[in-house]
Write a protein of this length. Sequence first.
Length: 346
Amino acid sequence: MSAHRVVFLAGDGIGPEVAGAAREVLAAANMEIDWVDMDLGLGAFEKHGDALPPQTLEAIKDCSVALKGPTTTPIGTGHVSANVRLRKELELFANVRPVKTVPGLETPYGAVDMVIIRENTESLYAGLENEVAPGVVTSIKVITDRACRRISRFAFEYARQWGRGEVTAVHKANIMKLADGLFLNCARDVSGDYEGSIAFSDVLVDALCMHMVTTPEKFDVLLLENLYGDIVSDLAAGLIGGLGLAPGGNYGENCAVFEAIHGTAPDIAGQGVANPIAMILSAAMMCHHLGHPDAYKRIRRGVAAVTRENKTALTPDLGGSGTTESLTKAIMAAVEAQPAGAAAGE
Ligand code: NAI
């Protein structure tokens, strides 16, 4: 195996703890990686006066792949989100968030196995806000034909690659007839190219939220614009036991950045109790992207072995008394114990 050059963005809050854990697990899975450590987020802003310094952007462009811890974005004031800028600058247009019940961690919601595919570059996240008069603010929702077709194509291709049967477009086209209507029409149009192999359906975003809680097993691949995707993926994470379990990846034509759904968890940062599983599973997705499906499977199986059989190692958010470090060590040992190569399965 030749070494891959990968940018490491530790991030803020619990970022360094959980991203560091993921890095250790990658080593346990025998992934040979030359890490390029760069700054991003609040720490970068304080150090360089820029939450996304140009040298960080250049390093990701150069390496094509990054593993990223969460970054802090001040609420209602301060610097523009480093995440939003990163996704726009690198055209990381597709955010993929697989949400699957973790073995041994049963919840009241039964067997969940859905994938959220979120458009990452436009909608209300375009950041076009204006105070048009005192006490009156407009926030512009940008939806383009090009971006809708691109994310729809991505969702169907993802479904094809991963053997998924249905793509469901999520919208509010009854109210936002033009913006969400365009999103829905593009998705429907693209679905025509997959007729007979991948089913297509659509659902209003509010109804989806109810159905996700009552019948989550019915959903397969969900296709959403930016804001709905952000909100719905936190809901989906709750269905499988919380934000500490849900991984993600951001994909563009030239680069990919892997990160958990969760944020910097300021309430537990520095205490050594953050759950590293979401970051570790994000790192597994990165292995798959880098062409190592064996490492992807070994890591997933290692995590499953621990969540099934080693409850005391789990962090407090999962009802255990373990620490980030003890859970990481348990997962590393379980990953090392998994068979490599073709013998590995999911
Ligand atoms: P959050 O995800 O950081 O925390 C929400 C709740 O989940 C907290 O109670 C936290 O303790 C818990 N939690 C999250 N991850 C956990 C983990 N790995 N293990 C155990 N518990 C965990 O969301 P919040 O509080 O809304 O945002 C905090 C900061 O994170 C904000 O500055 C926000 O902008 C940023 N953020 C960054 C993201 C990113 O970089 N991709 C994504 C979401 C939020």
